[in-house]
Structure formats: C-alpha cells, structure tokens
Design a protein around this ligand. Sequence first.
Ligand code: PLP
Length: 482
Amino acid sequence: MRKQMPDQTDLQSHTPNPLYKQVGRKLHERVIQYAKPDQKLPSLRQVSERFDISLSTAQSAYQYLIDQGLVVVRPRSGYYLPKQVVPSTLQPQIPAANPAAERVNVSELMIHMLSLSRQKPVINLGTAVPEPGLLPLEALAKIQRQISRKPQWAYGGYSPVGGEPLLQQALSQHLQQREVHCTPEQLLITNGCTEALRIALGECTRPGDVVAIESPTYFTILQQLESLGLKALEVPTSPETGIDLDHLASMMSAIRVDACVVNPVGHNPLGFVMPEVQKKALIELCYRHGTRLIEDVIYLDLSYTDYHVRSLRSLDTYGIVSQCGSFSKSLSPALRVGWLLPAEDTHSATARKFLNNVSVSTPCQLSIAYMLEQGLYQKSVRKNAAQHKNRVHQTREWVLRYFPEGTRVSLPQAGFVLWIELPEPFKAISLHERALEKGVMFLPGDVFSPTSDLYSRYLRINCCACPEEEVLEGIKRIGRCF
Ligand SMILES: Cc1ncc(COP(=O)(O)O)c(C=O)c1O
C-alpha cells in the first residue's frame, strides 16, 4: 500500500466542503501565508502529488485562491503570490471620544438602518448572527424532540421566575469550568443577554446617572442607556487591549461614574480579548471609585484560544462585577435564553425580571440544559470557534484586497465580526446606501457611538453571516461602490 503524506490525511471526503476548497485552504495555511510577495508557488504537478489529487482538482484549488485575490497566475510561468501583499497588521485607529457624559440618542438611527435592510433581499453582513450551518441546530432539534415527549413538564406551566432549576444547575457547572463560582440559585435566567444587561443596569443606577462605556460599543447597550435615562461617558477603546484605563481613571477622578459596562471577551465590534492584567486593573479601578462593573460575556465560549479565557467575574475578589451572558451567538439566537449573575442580591434582580415578562420559555431553557448536560454544547462551541477564526482571517484578506488602499481592519481574537476603518474621504453611511443598491448590507460605524460622526468612516461586517462565497461576493460588491 502507498504510504500517505500528512497533507493527504488531512483531507476529508465526508464533508460538504469540496476537495478543491479543502486543498486551497491547506495551501493557504501551509504555504501561501509564509510566502514572500511575488514568490513562485508549487506547480500544479507538485500540488497534485502532495495532496494525492488530480491535476484538475489542483487547478480548481488554485482558481479558488485566485478568486479570493490571494494568488495570481502568469501564463506559461505558473502561480505566484501577488507583488503587493495586503498589509495584515494595521488595526483601526481610536478617535478621541467625547469627554463629557451625555444623554444617548441612537434608537432612531438604528430603526432607520433596520428598515432599510428589509426593503429588498440582500447579502446581509450587518446582523451579528452566524449562518445556521455554523450553529448546532441538528443536535438542538433532536433534544427538542426529546423534550416534547414530556409535554406536561415543558409546556404545562410557567417556569419559575429565576429560571428552570435544571438549567441553573447545568449553567453553574459550566461556569465553574471557567472559574466563575456561584450557586445555581444565584443565576437569574433571562430573555437573552439584552434583558440581563437591562436588569443589571437597572439594579445599580437611577435616571441621570453616568455610565462609562467602551467606544465603540455594541449599539443595544446604547439603546438601554437611552431608555433608562442614563448618561453615557464614552471611553476610547483599543482594538488590542480594550478600554483605556488611564482615560477612565482620569474621568473617575473628575466626575462620579456610577457604573461601567464592558464587553471584555470578543468585543463587539472590535473583537479583542482584554489581557488579564488589564481586566484586573479595571476591577481595581472600579472598586477604588465605588463604580459597579457590568460585563457582557456573550462571546466567552467563542474565543480562538485553546485555553479558557477569564471573565471579569472570575477575577473579581471584591464582589462588584455583574455578569451578563447568553447562548445567542453560540447555540441559537431564537431560543432567547441568557443569564445574569448579579454582583449581589439575586432576589432584587429576580423581582425586576418578574415585572419585565414573568419568566423565560421552559422548553427553550430545558433544551440548553440538556445540551450542556450531554456535552453537546461544549463540543460544538470548540468547533465553531475554529470555523469563525478561519472565516474571519479569510474575510479580512478579502477586505484588504477589495477595499481602497489605506483601509484598516481589526484582528479579532473571538467572535465573527470585523471592524473596518475607511481612508478619507469615504463615509460609511453613503457607502451603505450604495451597497444596498447592489444588494449588500453592513452596519455603518455611526450606530456604535452616541457621538455623531465619531465613527462615520467605520463599519462592521459579519464574516459568518452566510456561506463564504456569498461573503466574498458581498465584499466584492461593496468594493465596487468606492
Ligand atoms: C455584545 C453583545 N451583547 C448582547 C447581544 C444581544 O444578545 P441577545 O440576543 O442574547 O439578547 C449581542 C448581539 O448582537 C451582542 O453582540
């Protein structure tokens, strides 16, 4: 029998991914990303021998890379890396944020953006949800069939306000693996992370209070501040290390900051994971100033690292961090299940939850409890994080290739969105209008800040919104709008 080369054994025949794409990706991972500009690449014959594939499959693999702008072909000479290699290290810049705390007013802009996207079918790179193929939906459907065999339990009454004990138990065990120690009863099960954030903010603020937020930040946090009558203090935030602690410290010395909301792991839209030393320093700073810390850890299970990254709550020795999370990005946004682990009194948060909407759907909570108990959730998030990482890196290269020179792109460490800075004089809102004409949608940077014009040259795209061919098509179409 012929001995198999390592590159051949990596290829899988039982996957929906055609062989030529698998070879294209392996070539990229093992050869192209280490090659120099203009370097000659292996010939078709060499690729065919290395992967034990036909010459025509090798040719399709190269064509796949050419379509993505990663390789060029020179007639009668072979395949090469392009002369100009796209820069891969430039992260978006951080503009100076508004130094004053202000009332927020973003909802109208958000509603306008969302209504535009409904006008005609689009490649939607705007919404931050992975395509269904990147969620464990088959496993979930199987679990739900098991649950529907116990209709009295699942559908016959209201779930307890605090949450289904089975989910509270499974979730507290899951969080324990991440060094977050709590009893099942301390966890309040909520309708997604959105409700958890709202209750957490309601618990530690009153209308008119000042809340420090990262700039840019996830727009629903802004909408919550707006509807609770809170003032936002924007703090410049690095795409590598997170919220600027020196800036925050000087603001805290000047004015009273009642709460601080951060998204420390897989920040939306920047994608960074805050280094542990920064996380500890943030906790210290907030403790010294008597400021409540709220962390949104919706991407905690989706970081690209092999080890578990720490949440603020797992590092908090003072009892000042409330943790908000959900399964919307890692399992299903439709289940609408999240959690709040309050800094202190779960009873008071539970009373707020009751006023909002009594409790969370029982079958949805049970589905997650079973997925956790059977280890199906844990298996799927590991796989999905690796898929997100590949897609994000690939999409990053496409953006740098098809967008104008001078474009800067974030380098995420978790999640699946990219934050893009356009060079002068481009504006994201007018680009958004032109892209919609071409059937592509993304989110302009303007919705990520309460200060108008601060992010007018920035935009966010979801790299996993649809199959990669469609994402590439979307990027190419946006590229034609400049
Ligand atoms: C950082 C962040 N927090 C919260 C949410 C909303 O979560 P949920 O759908 O669980 O309410 C999102 C969704 O995009 C998000 O990106």
